[in-house]
Design a protein around this ligand. Structure first.
Ligand code: LLP
Length: 385
């Protein structure tokens, strides 16, 4: 873990901040890209996981495309130098302005998530004198066995179009003048650690692709989304996610002929390279005897614990104390749910000590807010220390 190695250098810095290990990001990208190359898979980075410009620059150098969820994400990707022909754009609620902008950029595909969106997109494309490539985002009704807050592919989810609905309306979809359906897309959820879930995904995709073809669609590519999880419990044991296994599973179970297969990983690319570095402000014991460590960051820097009950491994990187204590670690925001974790065993920690919240590279800085008018967290990079 980087922060422990460079703790001396971090000690004098103003906190809180995100610390990015650029060597680990490089290793992760090398692994993802070389494993994907074995099977000819196309990789897109889900930019929502982290928009940091230096991270984006390195991701671009490794040749990944981008997966976006808003017009501004598309704009950010293009401004960061990504080729629009490698950008996919999904999202349940694309606004007209966002669609108009996306139509003009000539993206690889717009992934549509409702019948009504297909109608609107077609009309806007006709208005612009264009025909846009569309992938249908299908809701496959799969339980990804992850935190329920971040699953996206079960029947009742707001994401994707039900497969039955697509088949029922296939004639209508195929004759829409402004669009051409060339792909199918799905994304079943995030932080998937039970990799056999990807086997079910393949089985569903095989059936869906076969039946969409029977219904008259000519599918030229398949996008199986992202979702590969990381090891939040013990990040040191698995700093680079298991791309080899997920690709091997997809390769042995997916039957889509020679159609290119696309992936959209966010967390697996950037999750482990980022840590949130924060400083202990105060010790305090509640009337019930609970020992609190109040630190100088909060849910405004890292909302995952407060929003999903997500776990981040926390360490004190500067304490030299032998004795340990159990702490509830809380932040500065005026919210009772602003708590990073409880019952955390740490060396006795005092004002001024630095803590790290590990595995915070994905959905950390990108979900930061200015609640309580907190400043947005800044980035510190390992190669600039
Ligand atoms: N593709 C689509 C269409 C998505 O909606 C997402 C994530 C991804 C790809 C990338 O998924 P990943 O590879 O990162 O699992 N804020 C939550 C996660 C929300 C994920 C949203 N969609 C968290 O902090 O856990």
């Amino acid at each position: 873990m980087l922060s422990r190695k460079v703790a001396d250098r971090l000690a004098g810095m103003q906190t809180p901040f995100y610390l990015y290990d650029m060597d680990l990001l490089r290793l992760t990208l090398e692994s993802a890209v070389s494993m994907a190359a074995r099977y000819g898979y196309q990789l897109h980075y889900a930019i929502k996981a982290n928009y940091d410009p230096r991270l984006l620059e390195m991701i671009r150098q490794y040749g990944l495309g981008i997966d976006c969820a808003s017009g501004n994400e598309v704009r950010c990707a293009i401004e960061a130098g990504f080729d629009p022909a490698k950008i996919v754009y999904a999202g349940v609620g694309k606004k007209d302005d966002e669609l108009r902008y996306a139509i003009d950029q000539g993206l690889f595909a717009i992934n549509c998530e409702s019948l009504e969106e297909l109608d609107v997109l077609s009309a806007l494309a006709v208005e612009a004198g264009k025909k846009v490539t569309v992938a249908l985002r299908v809701n496959p009704d799969i339980d990804p066995k992850t935190n329920h807050c971040i699953d996206t592919g079960q029947a009742d989810s707001k994401f994707g179009i039900s497969y039955e609905e697509i088949l029922e309306h296939s004639g209508h979809i195929r004759q829409l003048p402004g669009i051409c359906v060339r792909g199918m897309h799905l994304h079943i959820g995030s932080q998937i650690r039970e990799l056999h879930v990807f086997e079910y995904l393949c089985e569903k995709v095989n059936v869906i692709v076969e039946n969409l073809e029977k219904a008259g669609f000519q599918l030229e590519f398949v996008d199986v989304g992202g979702g590969l999880g990381i090891n939040y419990d013990m990040p040191e044991n698995e700093p680079v996610p298991n791309f080899a296994s997920v690709f091997a599973i997809i390769n042995s179970h997916l039957r889509v002929g020679d159609r290119p297969v696309h992936f959209e990983f966010g967390r697996a690319i950037v999750g482990e390279c980022g840590e949130l570095i924060t400083r202990v402000l105060y010790n305090k014991t509640t009337a019930t005897g609970r020992k609190l460590l109040i630190v100088d960051s909060s849910m405004t820097e890292l909302i995952r614990p407060a929003l999903y009950g997500a776990y981040h491994n926390i360490e004190n990187i500067t304490s030299k104390e032998e004795k340990r204590e159990k702490y509830t670690i809380v932040g500065t925001a005026c919210e009772s749910t602003d708590k990073f974790d409880e019952n955390v065993s740490l060396p006795v920690s005092k004002r001024g000590d630095l803590l790290t919240l590990k595995s915070a590279g994905a959905y950390g800085q990108s979900m930061a807010s200015r609640y309580n008018l907190h400043d947005l967290p800044r980035s510190v990079y390992s190669d600039e220390l």
